[in-house]
Design a protein around this ligand. Structure first.
Ligand SMILES: NC(=O)c1ccc[n+]([C@@H]2O[C@H](COP(=O)([O-])OP(=O)(O)OC[C@H]3O[C@@H](n4cnc5c(N)ncnc54)[C@H](O)[C@@H]3O)[C@@H](O)[C@H]2O)c1
Ligand SMILES: [Zn+2]
Length: 348
């Protein structure tokens, strides 16, 4: 994987492009990333055409994808064209898929501008769109020709989106054998030091890269990246159906707590580390409200998770920091106990 920690985005991007035999250049953004992250494009020496989508995951859609293909077709894109995806995960997911399918694949570079995209969405090759009410229903695994990381873009990102990205970093800290977890807990998110953050972003990104390189198609260890996500996806579906706002990363931060409790109960995950995570999540994230009347509904959503096989509900759990145990079966009773635990801890 070609991942560059940019010191000078204009120079670094032009150096990457010099190594490609590309023709026309297209830059894909959404309204938010266009507003906050395109100033550097005034200084580049290449010509390009801009495509701007509307913000929000509801626009990670077939219509928006078709509008990108249509723009490229009408503006002379050929098989050697280059699409630069400049934005959060919505843009890198949709843009990566657009590039990989247009004329069976053109060059593409991801320039992630949100924390979540820098540490997660823009790396690892998963691309796609939402379809028929299902998240990421259509897509492909295809790697960007380069991912350019410039953490100065994060200076304009709002707190909710910063914390959304942090949840994925926390997950990387828990599943890795490095000091990433300890380093993250020392970081002050209320008074961000951008130099330190740059190092943390690159470390987090390395955790994901390492796992993806070992298992690109999620046959085994890549499932480590699903820690916290089985319950998070159930919360996200519940939030969507009940009209509550819940960013993906916040759902992951919340989902990590019951899943660490399952790890503690079933695999002796150390309770002191679980306590540290609970303290961090309580300190930074608003709790997600639900009652025991919602357990059956949440359980139904858990049953629909992509990671299950047949009737077996599979979780990725931990037996210790960095000790990942995939395909861990959990019963309905165990899951309900974990939901009880979350509510008790949050006092809801
Ligand atoms: N492919 C993967 O492996 C993977 C992994 C995790 C998430 N995802 C996907 O990523 C998407 C979520 O990505 P996201 O959290 O980056 O959200 P997002 O792309 O929707 O961006 C969030 C908001 O921030 C704005 N924005 C972007 N950069 C900004 C900046 N520097 N300053 C100010 N505002 C800025 C955007 O315009 C948008 O309004 C979801 O679709 C999710 O499914 C994909
Ligand atoms: Zn995630």
């Amino acid at each position: 994987m070609n991942i560059i920690n940019c010191k000078n985005i204009v120079r670094d991007l032009e150096m990457q492009m010099a190594d490609m035999n590309h023709s026309k250049v297209f830059v894909l953004t959404d309204e938010g990333s266009e507003k906050h992250c395109t100033a550097f494009l005034d200084k580049v020496s290449f010509d390009f055409q801009s495509i701007v989508l509307k913000d929000g995951d509801e626009h990670k859609s077939l219509d928006a994808l078709a509008s990108v293909w249509e723009f490229m077709t009408k503006n002379g894109a050929d098989r050697e064209s280059l699409l630069i995806n400049l934005g959060g995960g919505m843009i890198t997911d949709l843009g990566g898929f657009a590039a990989s399918t247009f004329k069976r694949g053109v060059y593409f570079i991801n320039i992630p501008t949100t924390l979540l995209a820098m540490v997660d969405a823009a790396v690892g090759g998963k691309t796609g769109i939402n379809f028929c009410g299902f998240k990421n229903e259509i897509g492909a695994i295809i790697h960007a020709d380069a991912v350019m990381i410039d953490t100065t873009f994060l200076k304009t990102l709002d707190e909710d989106n910063v914390l959304s990205g942090y949840a994925e970093m926390l997950k990387h800290g828990l599943i890795s054998k490095t000091d990433h977890f300890t380093d993250l807990l020392k970081f002050d998110w209320r008074n961000i030091n951008y130099e330190v953050l740059n190092q943390l972003v690159m470390d987090s990104n390395m955790v994901k890269q390492g796992i993806v390189e070992e298992d690109p198609y999620e046959k085994g260890i890549r499932k480590a990246l699903n820690l916290g996500h089985t319950i998070a996806h159930a919360f996200e579906t519940h939030a969507m159906k009940t009209g509550q706002a819940l960013l993906h990363g916040r759902a992951v931060a919340i989902g990590i707590i019951p899943e660490l409790f399952l790890s503690f109960q079933k695999l002796q995950f150390p309770s002191d580390v679980m306590r540290q995570v609970i303290h961090e999540v309580k300190d930074l994230y608003q709790p997600f409200f639900f009652s025991c009347d919602d357990y059956d509904t949440l359980f139904d959503y858990v049953k629909h998770d992509k990671k299950n096989s047949g009737d077996r509900i599979n979780f990725t759990l931990l037996s210790g920091l960095g000790q990942v145990q995939i395909n861990q079966h959990c019963s309905k009773e165990e899951i309900f106990a974990a939901l009880d635990f979350y509510r008790d801890e949050m006092g809801i």
